[in-house]
Design a protein around this ligand. Structure first.
Ligand code: ZN
Length: 427
């Protein structure tokens, strides 16, 4: 018997083959939601975007996630964009790994790299436009020996926050490197960290990198440079490890500031066309975290992203008390939070603060955290976040989500476009 498919939302997407704009529907079949669409030339496509079969939390039903956008734009190049929270700048296409899965299609062969002066021009344009939260990405940015100068250039141009995306290899192997980057003005590191077992790295990255990850965290800790762990979550590879990742990260607070989950998406380089069983959706990750941490972290501790489309991410904010006790401080979900004109600026300051290290000298472990003053200091020094961002690919791209994206990629002239539009690739 075939279960009834109920249309819950109509939107626009693209054909994964020709990338032309097509009508799309979000349909529910039982407890699963699919994006379905048809290209006149290339036929029908379906991909799972949300699985709720095993979730009971009221917070995380798709009803909270269905966008209310009245979307009428016809083409993908014509959407209205949300304000930029974070502007990503690619500083190189080279990488010192060659992973089987890579959104940036990075590798040994280098495209021309922008000079520090050219990058300064991009940073200046971004900051003059008010985009003062800059994310340095690649490729692997640390393959550039002039990375400290690049960070300093971003600061000189007016950046308030400079984030580095890195696989951590150089941070692991050169003990003083983290301090050099910190002294140059780096705010914090988002470090690829797919799990606590060597076999996970062998499968996703081609070799066991766990010892390197530990060394990188140690070196960043010694340099007081905050690290957030970024696992790419792949079914049958590390979905069974997400609870351990959270427990490991908490055990390294305040050196580790949080975990940022990224469900695998299929753009850039991947081995074969994705089946639905190759995808994991946000509620499944939350469910797995709750189960695998034995309820230390619960689904109800989280709220949907309010500064991006709620189907693009979630966040949970915590304070780690001595002996590892966790207090939830996640702000309540507010769908209108981003309507205020300066909302993205407040949000940017909030997310920047949560990932940057505070002054932990002020909060001795034996302090009385029932006083507001001590608690506030502890929250600043031992804040911890569990966040996620679900990138979209040519199968799942939903223009209503794209339109609310606040993670933007800068081009050579400093103009920005949404991340998932920038990296969209044909099958
Ligand atoms: Zn087509």
């Amino acid at each position: 018997m075939t279960e009834l498919a109920v249309v819950v939302e109509r939107t626009k997407s693209v054909c994964p083959v020709c990338l032309r704009s097509v009508d799309a529907r979000i349909v529910r079949v039982g407890g699963e939601y699919f994006m379905r669409k048809q290209c006149a030339e290339h036929g029908k496509f379906s991909a799972v975007v949300w699985r709720t079969t095993t979730i009971n939390s009221e917070q995380l039903t798709i009803n909270n996630y269905v966008g209310s956008d009245d979307f009428t734009t016809d083409t993908i190049d014509n959407y209205m964009m949300a304000a930029t929270c974070c502007a990503l700048v690619e500083v190189t296409s080279r990488c010192n790994l060659c992973c089987p899965v890579c959104f940036a299609e990075s590798g040994e062969i280098a495209r021309a790299e922008p000079s520090v002066d050219e990058l300064y021009g991009i940073f200046k344009r971004l900051c003059d436009d008010g985009n003062t939260f800059i994310q340095l990405s690649g490729g692997e940015p640390t393959v550039r020996d002039d990375l400290p100068e690049i960070i300093a250039a971003a600061r000189r141009a007016g950046a308030e926050t400079v984030q580095l995306n890195s696989n951590g290899l150089r941070l692991a192997r050169e003990p003083d490197y983290a301090k050099t980057l910190h002294d140059a003005g780096l705010s914090f590191v988002f470090m690829q960290f797919d799990g606590t077992r060597g076999d996970i790295y062998e499968r996703l990255r081609g070799r066991d990198l766990f010892a390197d990850k530990l060394a990188a965290i140690g070196n960043c800790g010694a340099a007081k440079l905050g690290v957030t762990l970024v696992p790419t979550v792949v079914p049958d590879v590390n979905l069974d490890n997400v609870g351990e990742i959270v427990n490991f990260a908490l055990s390294r607070s305040p050196d580790v500031r949080g975990v940022h989950f990224q469900p695998v998406s299929y753009f850039g380089r991947y081995p074969s066309p994705p089946r639905d069983r190759d995808r994991v959706t946000l509620p499944e990750i939350l469910r797995a975290v709750e189960l695998q941490t034995n309820g230390r972290v619960r689904i109800t501790d989280f709220a949907p992203s309010s500064c991006d489309h709620p189907r693009c991410g979630f966040h949970g904010d915590f304070v780690v008390l001595p002996r590892g006790q966790l207090l939830k401080i996640t702000p309540k979900y507010d769908p209108d939070a981003c309507c205020a004109p300066d909302a993205h600026i407040k949000n940017r300051k909030f997310v920047s603060r949560r990932w940057t290290r505070g002054d932990e000298e002020k909060t001795a472990d034996n302090a009385d955290f029932s006083t507001l003053d001590n608690f506030a200091k502890r929250a600043a020094s031992h804040g911890f976040t569990i966040t996620a961002m679900a990138f979209q690919d040519a199968y799942t791209l939903d223009i209503a989500r794209l339109r609310r994206c606040s993670l933007h990629v800068a081009d050579a002239s400093g103009r920005v476009k949404p991340f998932c539009a920038q990296y969209l690739t044909r099958v």
